[in-house]
Design a protein around this ligand. Structure first.
Ligand code: DGL
Length: 264
């Protein structure tokens, strides 16, 4: 039996961290990945831009690929647009990502949790409501990591190094002692792609929390038809430079796939 693909999009390569988790959870499922690198970064643009792009991409993935589920593998796009996408596509199950504040608060012993995310995510109404609803479970120290997703997108190692250092330092003291941050939420799908660097900066005691695995499990729950056997097919498209996505896919996904450039 052939099943329709699952569509996954992000502003760029960050969603590959989610796609890894999706492929592990659904090894026989076909996926179509769309990196909107030609219109990135989303996190430092206004919500209207992110909404317009999310709408255009969702329409495209439905029309060109007949997707059965959409995964918005981007915290910024989820915060700005998921409610509109759900309104406009009531027949399409849509799974989004949001910074994992609740699991982080539950895991924290010091009840002090760092949150690294884009400015767009932290300023969104959706995030503010989430933060407020959990305000009495932990002290959340929020940091808008300007420039970091863009540096990761372009694999600019000196910039990644400098910005990761600056943003982590801005969280304040991290560790297991009372008053220190013992848990840090990676609230942008680009950040798990530099996990070793973040671990090195935060030290071995600090727990890092991301959303890939829970999102993959949620996707399985809402999938109308789960492919149970056969070789999964992955197609990847970018609105930016095909070479950049190709390099990222080669690095992050097994087996690597061909990438095509696309204008939408
Ligand atoms: N990967 C995206 C997220 O999860 C945003 C990166 C960007 O600023 O484009 O928020």
């Amino acid at each position: 039996m052939t099943t329709r693909p699952v569509g996954v999009f992000d502003s760029g390569i960050g969603g590959l961290s989610v796609l890894q988790a999706l492929s592990a959870e659904l090894p026989h499922q076909d996926f179509v990945y769309l990196a909107d690198s030609g219109h990135a970064p989303y996190g430092e643009r206004d919500a209207a831009h992110v909404i317009a792009r999310s709408r255009a991409i969702t329409r495209h993935l439905r029309e060109a690929h007949d997707i059965q589920v959409l995964v918005v593998a981007c915290n910024t796009a989820t915060a700005a647009a998921i409610h509109l996408l759900r309104e406009e596509h009531p027949d399409l199950p849509i799974v989004g990502l949001e910074p994992a504040l609740k699991p982080a608060a539950q895991a924290s012993r010091t009840h002090r949790v760092g949150v690294l995310a884009t400015r767009g995510t932290l300023q969104s109404t959706k995030f503010k409501a989430l933060h407020q609803s959990l305000a009495d479970t932990a002290d959340f120290v929020l940091r808008a990591c300007d420039g970091l997703a863009d540096a990761i997108e372009h694999q600019d190692l000196p910039r990644i190094q400098a910005l990761a250092r600056e943003h982590v330092a801005a969280l304040g003291r991290c560790g297991l002692a009372p008053g220190e941050i013992d848990t840090v939420v990676l609230g942008c799908t680009h950040y798990p792609l530099i996990l070793p660097k973040l671990r090195e900066l935060l030290g071995p005691d600090v727990r890092l929390v991301e959303s890939g695995a829970p999102v993959a499990r949620q996707t399985r729950r809402v999938l109308p038809q789960v492919a149970a056997s056969g070789q999964a097919q992955l197609r990847a498209y970018t609105t930016g430079q095909a070479g950049e996505l190709q390099a990222a896919v080669r690095h992050w996904l097994q087996p690597p796939v061909d990438v095509a450039a696309l204008k939408i």
